[in-house]
Every structure is written in structure tokens, then in C-alpha cells.
Design a protein around this ligand. Structure first.
Ligand SMILES: Cc1cc2nc3c(=O)[nH]c(=O)nc-3n(C[C@H](O)[C@H](O)[C@H](O)COP(=O)(O)OP(=O)(O)OC[C@H]3O[C@@H](n4cnc5c(N)ncnc54)[C@H](O)[C@@H]3O)c2cc1C
Length: 716
């Protein structure tokens, strides 16, 4: 047997023995060393598979209203400690430092069973997020402590909040620049705090059925107030705090949603982040858009991770269903393939399941990578704020400083990739120590990772949930379907909608992905993936590197090129060009994160004695899933780029002379020499698909052999 065959044969004998458990996930998603996060996961899991699963199984989703029954979820969050995951230790929390990964893990566990329940938890945090990001110290303390779960022996009803940005048509939803919510000065006595009249109508507001306070976005309707802001309103404020009519949702019925109406008098101290008074005019310290920008850049990751949980949670019920189907008939006895494998005898069923699993892995990898990234980025962001404050930099002055830091960031990245001996070490160290330079690098990542996770995980995730439903046949579309798969499919569409639907994420990406600092990082990843490919050929890393190169070439081309009518191709309003490129980038990012998680498992797994026995088979399976996903990503990227590169040129007319070399066709053929590099790259990319279908066959075989528990651990 030659070496290549020996390697293939060894691969064929390695297989996944059981579904990946916590030991595997803790390594892949990097919380093996963090006991407090493991505790949060356990708490969320017990709530999800206990109270939440029971409610869903008993049909609590069949009502739109917020009922006493559903309110059990809130109590379960308090009692299990989940409410306090968002809080700082001084306010009753138990996790120090940034909590993006913690909140992502909690959302993942809850959404594994029901994303409506996950949303109830998330929306409470979303209400507090404007305060967390921009609130004055008093505002933060007051509301965090009111919302924290009561400690044992404490007789207090915890508060709940709602975040109110979206307004009735035709205003805020996607375009948050225009607000119909208004505020005026109601009274302002000499030497006293101004009292504001705040009017806001919300649309589709989560948690409104039980909110004690709301954080709302409003614009000034008074010359004594400058610009927009966010304000806190309480249900006991003077005036009207009306939850309004409940939304007749088809999805997420374990969260409360309605169209509230507010018309209240509140002291100006409720303006989030405070205000200053100059010449008799109130200047809020932060506009509503500054606040929502910093809120959404994190919280969208939590929504993204909910869809990942759905895909991965579908695997076990599908395997169980597939194996039990087709058992009827006299010849079907234990030990026969028909009895043991059921539908899993059929290649298509297994291949499609492998695709669902691969997508789930890639989206979880991207979502958790984004969450971890924001935890790390937090300190850089704070340092930047401090520098701006110390130097009194505002508005344009801030932008100018960041532009200068951008130049240095590019210089740093160029030095960073040079071999140690060649590089100007002094300058490298100098730039490394500059917080603003490091901030700019991180910021370029943050601006891409968050919308990419939100867009791809929820958008393509929903498409793949439909595949999951289809693999359960008719059962999939019933309320009885184990794992609530049908409901999860519908629910996923909401995750793709709220916190900014797909168009919002694509718009953001179309601007942020052309940032040279981000592109410099992408080019470094191409090199890194080539190294990975050399060491781990079966991962699809080489395919991914080539697909990244093709995407980069296409972007550069589109930014310079014009269409057949001489109009610029890469342009803010030209969604037909920019949006597909944003979609293509998401495929690349998610596959890269998936491969990096695999490497983590392979490297750190051997340190865990529990994993030792099955590690090789698990790693082989995840390697094959990476390869499957890389091939799919390459296909999507290749298709999108080819359409954009060629699709905006007009086709030669059938009357014109065919160009030399193109006369074998019945009609005229398109020959564009300037596209030759693209054609070469794309054809190499196709060649990189070598082995990807063998990987799919191996993954499919593993799926037919993996052991699963006797029954799901939550009611169907
Ligand atoms: C169950 C539920 C809970 C929610 N919870 C909250 C909450 O707690 N707080 C809150 O503030 N909001 C909440 N929302 C609102 C949610 O964020 C909005 O529904 C969402 O942002 C989409 O806005 P819209 O419904 O106005 O859609 P529209 O803006 O009408 O969008 C319709 C379609 O047009 C596209 N589109 C719109 N504008 C553009 C554009 N400029 N370019 C290209 N395409 C565009 C959109 O992508 C979408 O596909 C919730 C919504 C639901 C359904």
C-alpha cells in the first residue's frame, strides 16, 4: 500500500463515536478554563430543558399574550442566576469583565430548546445595554440593581425592561436616522432640573407585556433641546405608559411583543449618558445613533448565535428519526441494516444531514469567535474613549485622529508579518504599544465580524433549518416534531429580522469590508490558511485560501470597474454589487472560524483525559465537516464573484464578428483578456475541491454509526 492509500485507509477507520459533548465544545469555543461560564451554561441548560421545554411541549406557544404560565420563565431566569449574568459583580453579577461570550453561551443554550425564551432573556439585557454602554454611573447602578435577581432573603420584585427603537411605519425599522418619537421641555424652573415631555410609539417591542421601564430613542421637538437621544421611561411616571396591542406573532411566542404608546413627563436626568446646558439649550451627551451603534455592535452576535443553536440541536432528533423510520415489515429485525439504519441507508439523507451539521458548526464558530473578539476588544475600546476624553477630542477631531492611527495601523501590520530578523523591531514595538493603533485594527474587525455573524448565521441558517424540517418528512411540519424543529425554522426568520434585518447587515458590511486595515488582515489569513493546508490537508484550508484570494481580486476589480453603461460598479446605492460581495465574505469568515476551532480541538484535546479515547475520530469527523463547508463556501464565492465580474458587461451582439478563438460556438463568445487572472483563479479554485466529496462520504458514514442517547433529554 502506498503512503497516500495508507493515509486514506486510516482515515476511513476513524469515526465519531458519540455526539460531541461539553468537553469538546468547551475547547472549541474556548471556555475550558472558565468555570464561571461553565456554570452559566449549566444553569441555562437546566432552565431550557426544564421549564422552557415543558412550556413549549404543553402548547404555551399557542397564545400571543404574555400569560402567568409564560412568566414562569422570568422566575426561572432569576432563580437560576441567568438574570445576573449581564450584571457586574457590584450589582449582583458573578462574572467579572466583559460578558459577550457569557451571554452568547446562555443564548445558545436557551435557543437550543426555544429562541423565544432566549429572546426574553436577551431583550432584558438589551433594555439595559444603552445604560451599560453610555449611561451615567448613577443610571447604571440604579437600573442594574433594580433588574438584578433578588438575593436569598431579599424581599424585592425585580424590574424588567424593554428596548424601544423601532417605530410604526414608515419610520425607524431599518433606517434609524429618522425618528417620530419626540421630546419637548414640559417645564423648566429657574435653577431646577428641566422636566421633559416624551412621546414615543413603538412597534414590535419585546418584553413590553411586563416591562417596568423602557429605554427609548427620541428626537428633539423643541429648540431648547439639541438633537436626538435615548431616554429612560418608567411605568409610574406621570402620563401614559401603555403596553398597547400585542403582536400576533407566528414565532417566538415565549417572548412578549407589542406596539406600546408612551406620553410621559420625566426629569432630564433620564437622558441616557446625561446632558450639558449651554445658553439655555439642553445638549444630550450622546445622540440616539451613537448609543444604538455601540449597543448593536455587540448584541447582534447574541441573536446570531440563536440560529446556530437551532441547527446543531436538530442533529440528534433527525438521526433518531432517520434510524427509526422504515422499520416495519417482516424482514426488518434488529441487526439488519433496515432495522438499524432506517432512512440512514440512503445517501441523500445522510449527505443533507452532514450539510446541516457543517453549517451549524460554521455558524457557531463564527458567532462565538465574534463574542470572544468583543470580550478582548472591550479594553481597547475603553482606552480609546479615555484618550478622547483626556484630550477633549470630539466629532471631526476624533475622526482625524483615527485616520492618522489608520495609517500607522497599516504600517504595523506590514511590519508584523515580516520575519523577526528583517523587521524594524523598534518601530514595530512602538506601534504595538499605541492603543489607538491597536484599537483601529480591532475596530476594523469588529465592524465586519458582528454584521457577518448576524447576516450569515440567521439568513443562511434559516435556509438550512428548512432542510432540517424536510429531513423529518411530514413529522417535521407538525407540532409533535421532537426538538421543535418546525417551530425553530419559523423562529429563525425572526432572528434574521430583528436587531436589523439582512439589508442592514449587508449595508454595514459593504462599507466596512473595504477598509484597508481589514483587507490587510484578510490577506494575512490567506497566508495563514496556506500554512494550515500544508499541515492539515483535509480541512479545506487550501480551498478557503483560494476562495479568499478570488474574493479579494473581485473586490479590487469591482471597486475600479464600470458597467456596460459606464457607471461605477462598487457604489453605496448599488446593492446588486455590494450586497452579494458581503454575502460571499460571510461564507469565507464562517469557514475560517470553523477551521480554527478544529485546530484548537486537535491541539488542546489531548490534554483532556475524558476526550483521549475518542478524540482522533472526533477530530476526523470535524475535519471532514470543515472540508464539506469549505467546498460549499468556495462554490458560493465562485458563483457570486463570477456573476459580478462578468454580469455587468453587455453580451456581444449575435451580428458582430466572433473574436479569434471563439468561433467554435454557434453564436458570439465573450473573450475578455483583462479577466484572465480571474478565470485562472477560479479554475484553480475548482481544482481545490479535490477530495471534498470523499470527505462528505466519510462524514455521512460517521453519521450512520454515531451513538446517540435513547431519548432526547427534554420533552417533545
Ligand atoms: C417579534 C419582534 C420583536 C422585536 N423586538 C424589538 C424590540 O425589542 N425593540 C425594537 O426596537 N424593535 C424590535 N423589533 C423590530 C425589528 O427590529 C424590526 O422589525 C426590524 O428592524 C425590521 O424593520 P421593519 O419591520 O420596519 O422592516 P422594514 O424596514 O419595513 O423592512 C422590510 C424589508 O425591506 C428591507 N429594507 C428596508 N430598508 C431597506 C434599505 N434601506 N435598503 C435595502 N433594503 C431595505 C428590509 O431588509 C426588509 O427585508 C422586533 C420585531 C419583531 C418582529
Amino acid at each position: 500500500m502506498n503512503t497516500a492509500n495508507a493515509a486514506t485507509s486510516e482515515k476511513n477507520t476513524l469515526s465519531l463515536s458519540t455526539l460531541p459533548g461539553d468537553d469538546v465544545r468547551q475547547i472549541m469555543w474556548r471556555f475550558a478554563e472558565r468555570f464561571e461560564l461553565q456554570m452559566a451554561v449549566q444553569s441555562a441548560r437546566s432552565v431550557a430543558r426544564g421549564v422552557v421545554a415543558r412550556l413549549v411541549a404543553e402548547g404555551a406557544r399557542n397564545t400571543h399574550d404574555w400569560t402567568e404560565e409564560k412568566a414562569q420563565v422570568l422566575r426561572a431566569f432569576d432563580e437560576s442566576g441567568l438574570t445576573n449574568v449581564f450584571m457586574e459583580p457590584e450589582d449582583g453579577g458573578f462574572i467579572t469583565g466583559p460578558k459577550n461570550l457569557a451571554l452568547a453561551l446562555v443564548a445558545f443554550e436557551l435557543a437550543w430548546v426555544d429562541a423565544g425564551a432566549a429572546t426574553t432573556s436577551m431583550a432584558g439585557n438589551l433594555a439595559l445595554a444603552p445604560l451599560h454602554e453610555r449611561g451615567t454611573p448613577e443610571q447604571v447602578r440604579t437600573y442594574m440593581q433594580r433588574c438584578a435577581a433578588p438575593q436569598p432573603g431579599e424581599d424585592r420584585k425585580p424590574w424588567h425592561g424593554a428596548f424601544v427603537l423601532t417605530e410604526p411605519l414608515p419610520y425607524v425599522g431599518v433606517d434609524t436616522g429618522v425618528l417620530s418619537g419626540k421630546m419637548r421641555v414640559a417645564s423648566w424652573k429657574e435653577g431646577k432640573e428641566p422636566i421633559l415631555q416624551v412621546e414615543k410609539r413603538g412597534r414590535f417591542i419585546t418584553n413590553i407585556g411586563f416591562a417596568n421601564f423602557v429605554t427609548v430613542a427620541v428626537d428633539s421637538d423643541d429648540e431648547r433641546i439639541k438633537g436626538s437621544c435615548m431616554v429612560i421611561l418608567e411605568d409610574t411616571d406621570e402620563g401614559n405608559f401603555d403596553a398597547g396591542s400585542m403582536t400576533l406573532k407566528l414565532v417566538h411566542q415565549l417572548s412578549s411583543t407589542g406596539d406600546p404608546i408612551f406620553n410621559l413627563k420625566v426629569p432630564a436626568s433620564r437622558i441616557i449618558g446625561g446632558y450639558t446646558i449651554k445658553d439655555g439649550v439642553i445638549f444630550p451627551n450622546y445622540s440616539h445613533s451613537e448609543i444604538i451603534e455601540s449597543v448593536f455592535r455587540r448584541t447582534r452576535v447574541t441573536a446570531a448565535i440563536m440560529s446556530s443553536a437551532k441547527l446543531l440541536s436538530a442533529i440528534e432528533p433527525i438521526i433518531r428519526y432517520q434510524r427509526g423510520r422504515f422499520r416495519g415489515g417482516a424482514g426488518s429485525t434488529p441487526g439488519t441494516p433496515r432495522y438499524d439504519l432506517g432512512i440512514q441507508q440512503k445517501e441523500d439523507a445522510l449527505h443533507r444531514l452532514a450539510d446541516i451539521w457543517a453549517t451549524g458548526e460554521a455558524s457557531a464558530s463564527l458567532g462565538f469567535a465574534a463574542a470572544r473578539f468583543f470580550d478582548e476588544f472591550d479594553s481597547l475600546e475603553k482606552e480609546k474613549e479615555k484618550i478622547f476624553e483626556e484630550q477633549g477630542l470630539k466629532g471631526r477631531a476624533q475622526l482625524k485622529t483615527l485616520r492618522a492611527a489608520q495609517e500607522e495601523a497599516l504600517e504595523f501590520m506590514e511590519l508584523d508579518v515580516q520575519p523577526g530578523k528583517k523587521r524594524d523591531a523598534k518601530r514595530h514595538e512602538e506601534l504595538k504599544a499605541k492603543p489607538l493603533v491597536q484599537f483601529v485594527i480591532g475596530d476594523s474587525m469588529a465592524n465586519v465580524l458582528c454584521p457577518a455573524a448576524k447576516l450569515w448565521n440567521t439568513g443562511f441558517g434559516t435556509t438550512m433549518m428548512r432542510e432540517a424540517v424536510s429531513l423529518m418528512g411530514g413529522y417535521g411540519i407538525t407540532e409533535d416534531c421532537p426538538g421543535f424543529i418546525g417551530q425553530k425554522w419559523m423562529d429563525a426568520q425572526l432572528e434574521a429580522t430583528y436587531e436589523g434585518p439582512e439589508a442592514v447587515q449587508r449595508r454595514q458590511l459593504s462599507v466596512t469590508m473595504t477598509n484597508e486595515v481589514f483587507l490587510a488582515q484578510l490577506r494575512q489569513w490567506i497566508k495563514d490558511m496556506r500554512v494550515v493546508a500544508g499541515q492539515r490537508p483535509g480541512t479545506g484550508a487550501c480551498t478557503l485560501a483560494k476562495a479568499m484570494e478570488l474574493w479579494d481580486w473581485t473586490l479590487q476589480h469591482l471597486m475600479k470597474a464600470k458597467d456596460a453603461d459606464g457607471k461605477a460598479l462598487y457604489h453605496g446605492q448599488r446593492h446588486g454589487v455590494t450586497f452579494p460581495m458581503a454575502d460571499a465574505l460571510c461564507w469565507l469568515l464562517s469557514t475560517r472560524c470553523q477551521i480554527l476551532d478544529l485546530i484548537e480541538l486537535e491541539e488542546k484535546g489531548p490534554d483532556n483525559p475524558v476526550l483521549a479515547e475518542n478524540l482522533a475520530g472526533t477530530v476526523q469527523f470535524f475535519t471532514d465537516l470543515c472540508h464539506v463547508q469549505a467546498a460549499r463556501a468556495a462554490g458560493e464565492v465562485g458563483r457570486i464573484c463570477a456573476e459580478l465580474v462578468f454580469g455587468y458587461n453587455s453580451h456581444p451582439s449575435w451580428e458582430s464578428e466572433p473574436k479569434v478563438g471563439c468561433n467554435v460556438k454557434a453564436g458570439p463568445c465573450v473573450c475578455m483578456d483583462e479577466m484572465r487572472p480571474f478565470v485562472e483563479l477560479r479554475s484553480k479554485l475548482d481544482g481545490c475541491l479535490t477530495g471534498s466529496r470523499l470527505a462528505k462520504d466519510r462524514a455521512a458514514a460517521a453519521l450512520s454509526q454515531v451513538m446517540i442517547p435513547e431519548a432526547l433529554d427534554y420533552p417533545a
